[in-house]
Design a protein around this ligand. Structure first.
Ligand SMILES: [Fe+2]
Length: 350
């Protein structure tokens, strides 16, 4: 367990890791715990009149080691998922591989580094693998935010990692097709939920709850989803969570044929689409996720650059942005966030 010490803002140094979240004058979280301080951030804390910050007592070496370990664990998880999906073509699931990824992920702190990691550019051909790892981690984080017990969190993690396992049975030319699918191809693609349910039957250690979440992750509240067109009451909790985190990761990632969307654009789509996803769960996800972006520099659709200072709980896609000392409430403007400029040392590792 790392020790924590209180440091005066004047004595802060780049590279120190924040042990307890820092709030700004609006009571909103300015810096999340786990975030690594850099010169800009320290300057900002001084400007905002913050007096002391609790930081982890660790050396630069520890920090670098933590980040490299994180990166290694993530890449190892992608390697394991690759093997799991490959095995799934023969209706076999290697549970020790699956457990290895789960154990790696469960050790991760839910901090800023994870969120940054998940938004880092990934190779297009690796999409199915990195997407599976990301959805697993996001589902796990969701479970923590929702206050689930360890077993519930672990089940969500397994369900997230396995949600697209049925794609192992979809022909590569459909799976990797650039451009839109024909109706016939889309119908074949949609079979992956059912295939996933079947494949996971081969492993007795995977619970029926997890298998049903895999089967139903494309169902939507209004009955517009597949494979059964179930409505909200018939869609189990874990499948409703997967629907949200799967959509979020797919939309924010860099897929060659689509390009990525900034997180606030995805929040806007969730806010406009009230019929497809569980409203309460979507709000919980967005509220928690958006907190990580407070203090980040963003570009608006009119080209202005500023810093997110407050997340509006009833309109998450439209935060208050500080531009040249002025506060701009995006709720009152015909403007949106076009780009978020994440500044995290972890980017340098890629
Ligand atoms: Fe899927």
């Amino acid at each position: 367990m790392l020790k924590v010490r209180k440091v005066f803002v004047d004595e802060l140094e780049p590279g120190m890791r924040v042990a307890r979240e820092i709030e700004n004058q609006f009571g909103a979280i300015l810096v999340n715990d786990g975030m690594i301080l850099d010169e800009n951030l320290i300057e900002k804390l001084k400007r905002l009149g913050i007096s002391t910050v609790e930081i982890f007592n660790e050396s630069d070496k520890d920090l670098d080691e933590n980040r490299y370990k994180f990166k290694e664990q993530y890449q190892e998880s992608i390697g394991n998922v690759k093997e799991i999906i490959h095995d799934a073509r023969n209706d076999y699931i290697n549970f020790s591989n699956l457990k290895r990824i789960a154990d790696n992920s469960l050790k991760m702190d839910t901090n800023r580094d994870i969120i940054t990691m998940l938004s880092i550019v990934r190779g297009a051909d690796e999409y199915t693998y990195s997407h599976s790892v990301n959805v697993g981690i996001l589902a796990m984080i969701f479970g923590r935010w929702a206050g689930l017990d360890y077993k519930g969190i672990k089940q969500l993690l397994y369900a997230g990692m396995l949600h697209d396992i049925g794609k192992a049975k979809i022909p590569d030319e459909i799976l990797n097709k650039k451009g839109s699918l024909t109706e016939e191809e889309y119908n074949i693609m949609k079979m992956h939920s059912l295939y996933g349910y079947e494949i996971t039957k081969s492993c007795k250690l995977i619970s029926e709850k997890v298998r049903r979440a895999v089967l139903l992750h494309h169902e939507r509240n209004d009955g517009s989803g597949y494979p059964f067109g179930f409505r909200k009451d018939k869609i189990p909790f874990m499948a409703r969570v997967l629907a949200i985190v799967d959509t979020y990761d797919a939309m924010t990632s860099d897929r060659v044929y689509r390009g990525h969307r900034p997180p606030f654009d995805v929040f806007r789509l969730f806010e406009e689409d009230l019929q497809s996803y569980d409203i309460l769960l979507t709000r919980m996800f967005m509220t928690n996720m958006a907190q990580y972006y407070i203090g980040e520099v963003v570009e608006l659709t009119d080209g202005q650059k500023g810093e997110i200072v407050f997340i509006n709980p009833s309109y998450i896609s439209k935060p208050i942005v500080k531009i040249n000392g002025e506060y701009l409430n995006l709720v009152n403007e015909d403007l949106a966030i076009k780009e978020v400029y994440l500044k995290s040392p972890i980017d340098e590792l890629y």
